[in-house]
Design a protein around this ligand. Sequence first.
Ligand SMILES: [Zn+2]
Length: 299
Amino acid sequence: MRVAFDPIYIYELPPGHRFPMEKYELLPEQLMRVGVLDPRDFFAPGAMDESDILLTHSNDYWGRLKKQELTPREIRDIGFPMTPRLVERGRYIAQGTLDCAGYAAQDGISLNIAGGTHHAYAGRGEGFCVLNDIALATKVLLQRNPGLRILVVDLDVHQGNGTAHIFRHEPRVFTFSMHGARNYPLRKEKSDLDIGLPDGTTDGAYLTVLTAQWGKLLDSFRPDLVFYQAGVDVLAEDQLGRLNLTIAGCEERDLIVLSQCFRKGIPLVVTMGGGYPQRLSTLLDAHTNTFKVAKALIL
Ligand SMILES: [Zn+2]
């Protein structure tokens, strides 16, 4: 099972931004410690080519991002201090998600230790997202193979607004977002399928809705590839989440998504997405479970 590594430059982040970013450094360590991954499972992606980036992001936005010329307002919307390394990191993550698609075709499932930066639009970033890795990988794959059908399932507690907007007129891409109805972003975009959940939704209700939709969706759209944004901010413990899932419920969610793709022979790329619980250990355990589920299927 191949996993894209994140060349995070955590030591360059100001203290206020270290949590939850340190998960990208600690998660690979935990995955190896508990025996889910072997060091040889990881690959270090290169930086995505500019010509590939421009298939998704506008010339204006990419040009200004590259030259560090975003306005203070734009930088505020992204939420990170803007540095050349942050932009560079976005290129590595996007290439990682793209490379994972190749490995998924081979092994069934491949995962990016980072990614799922679903709030980035073609012409702007927001919500800690600079470049939209899933959109970037999707556009490159469609350019290489125009007959592909790609399904993006976004189960982060926040709506995949950037992804939905980028593919709003693209019939070869189906966007499905299940999220907290009252959560960020307040102004939602229109995905091909949106399910907004009420505050406090628990495991039972959540998993019932997902089970009812997921198999049906795979059978009706018949994708050649699935990108999964597996944000764990659906947990009850999450400080930004508003939903009420247990860590076991979150694992069950991943099992539903992954096992159906695996059984139907549809290659699947998993990206991590968000997670903001009080305890770092909860965050790491929840993400670790996603890898455990994938590993158990592949074995
Ligand atoms: Zn989120």
